[in-house]
Design a protein around this ligand. Structure first.
Ligand code: SAM
Ligand code: SF4
Length: 483
């Protein structure tokens, strides 16, 4: 039996950095790049766009040139290029997942977060093992196959606790429901602790730096808290790599400091990991600051919708092979609009109150129980219908990670035909599985059309096998097919 009881662990006082770790974010250097780069140098901008369309990662300096574009027509060229690159590298698939908040006890006091220790209004709670099982079954009943588990930073959320929670999630099945990939968003760990969590079979381990700007970091993360140590956090994913996790996600919380600076921070981080470990991050997240219980957001750095679009498109061009995650923090209208600029993963049907998948009504939010307020509260099926209407293939595929195509193998996206051979057929299979087991009438009708339109594009060598598997999904109880 899996025991999933949070135990009291002593806070580790040791804070070991990786050998050779250094602070690669030079605030003054990045700021002067932004100030000194010539604005709207059309020839240079077009040359950089061409490099990116040839699927080469951009340098920090090249990214700064794109960030300095103000001319609307040049901005449109950036948007068009991002759309093209997205479709060339990722096809018309969007991978779907849901967050599962496990516990909101937190010893940190991040100024922007509803879970911060200094928020007396927060209702604190950690899901018990049986509550986790209930949440997971509710998510499976909706059709989810991929989860990200989210934790506050607290001594009770030890590596052992996190690993046991992952095992509980994988072991929970209902009818045809099963979770096939569990990602983690939690505090940075020590190397041996990452090893313990990795051994439970996690997918991506995400740690967001929040802000790459040192002074802002100090302002929003009190020095006496664990999160107050900038370099320890910056080195977090390097420790993950050294523990064998070659699948990591970086992110910045947009709205704390200048958005252009944060883009340069993210690109610097991606290049650093690529250089040091031969593999860049698997995903980049770019959450925008949302209202939350007991927080007072300074509006100075709030990112407008237009600039949000720009930052997504520029990130897409800068790191062509990195997945980009857009969450339900954003409103439906924005989600629809920016998806095509480069987003490859979204969450759907999300609830971020602890226990929110079973305990709270469909649309009611309880701010004291949330980390922040969501912008898109649609159900999974509604989001799937919208994607199908736009001729995108919602995908629950987990194949790469399960057959070991992670880390440097993600560069296989660069191999011509990889998407046609693996990604599109797997997206079609997982969509069909969703439709057969969980789809509404509307989703089934729309899904049939999208599947048949995309089958026409499938390589003739694979097609017979794909058709056979699709028929099995329809006619038998067999599930979980992939290439
Ligand atoms: N506690 C861990 C940590 O801080 O890394 C992991 C989970 S934390 C709950 C997940 C992320 O939510 C944070 O890294 C932060 O970027 C984001 N977040 C916090 N407050 C937010 C807010 N008010 N609006 C939007 N995102 C927020
Ligand atoms: Fe805690 Fe994470 Fe929220 Fe900071 S962002 S208060 S560490 S849950």
């Amino acid at each position: 039996m899996i025991i999933n009881t949070p135990a009291q662990h002593n806070i580790k006082l040791s804070r070991r950095l990786t050998k050779g770790c250094y602070d690669f974010i030079d605030d003054d250097g990045l700021i002067s790049l932004l100030n000194e780069t010539k604005v709207d140098d059309a020839e240079k901008v077009r040359g950089i766009i061409a490099k990116s369309l040839a699927k080469e990662a951009l340098t920090v300096e090249e990214t700064a040139v794109l960030l300095r574009v103000e001319n609307t027509e040049l901005c449109e060229e950036i948007f068009d290029a991002a759309r093209k690159l997205k479709s060339d590298v990722y096809g018309n698939r969007i991978v779907i997942f849901a967050p599962l908040y496990i516990g909101n006890y937190c010893e940190n006091n991040c100024a922007y977060c509803g879970f911060r220790s200094g928020n007396p209004d927060a209702i604190r709670r950690t899901l018990s093992e049986s509550e986790i099982i209930n949440q997971v079954q509710a998510l499976e009943d909706e059709g989810h196959k991929r989860l990200i588990l989210v934790f506050g930073e607290h001594r009770t959320y030890s590596p052992e606790f996190i690993a046991n929670t992952v095992r509980t999630v994988y072991a929970t099945n209902k009818d045809h429901g099963e979770i096939r990939r569990v990602n983690i968003n939690a505090a940075p760990l020590e190397i041996e602790d990452f090893r313990e969590v990795h051994a439970s079979g996690i997918g991506t381990y995400q740690i967001f730096q929040e802000t790459y700007h040192h002074e802002t970091y100090r302002r929003v993360h009190p020095a006496h808290t664990r999160k107050g140590d900038y370099l320890y956090r910056l080195d977090g994913l390097s420790r993950a790599f050294e523990a064998g996790c070659d699948d990591v996600g970086i992110g910045a919380l947009f709205g704390l400091y200048n958005w252009r600076f944060e883009v340069l921070g993210l690109v610097s981080h991606a290049l650093y990991l690529q250089e040091r470990y031969g593999v860049g991050p698997h995903t980049i997240s770019f959450p925008r600051l949302r209202p939350a219980s007991g927080i007072d957001i300074d509006s100075k750095y709030i990112v407008s919708d237009y600039n949000f679009k720009r930052l997504i498109a520029i990130l897409r061009l800068s790191v062509p092979y990195t997945g980009m995650i857009l969450t339900a923090r954003e409103k439906e209208s924005i989600r629809r609009e920016v998806m095509s600029f480069g987003v490859s993963q979204i969450d759907a049907g999300s609830r971020i109150e602890i226990g929110g998948y079973t305990e709270i009504g469909d649309t009611q939010q309880v701010i004291q129980r949330e980390q922040f307020q969501l912008g898109d509260m649609r159900s999974l099926d509604d989001v799937i219908c919208q994607l199908l209407e736009e001729n995108q293939i919602p995908s629950f595929c987990t194949a790469c990670y399960r057959v070991g195509r992670t880390g440097e193998h993600f560069m296989e996206y660069a191999i011509p035909g990889f998407i046609e051979r693996f990604c599109t057929p797997n997206a079609i299979l997982t969509l069909q599985e969703y439709l057969v087991d969980y789809g509404s009438e509307k989703a089934i009708e729309l899904g049939k059309k999208v599947i048949s339109a995309n089958l026409n594009k499938i390589n003739e060598k694979i097609k017979p096998q794909l058709l056979e598997r699709l028929a099995k999904l329809d006619e038998t109880e067999d599930r979980d097919f992939y290439f």
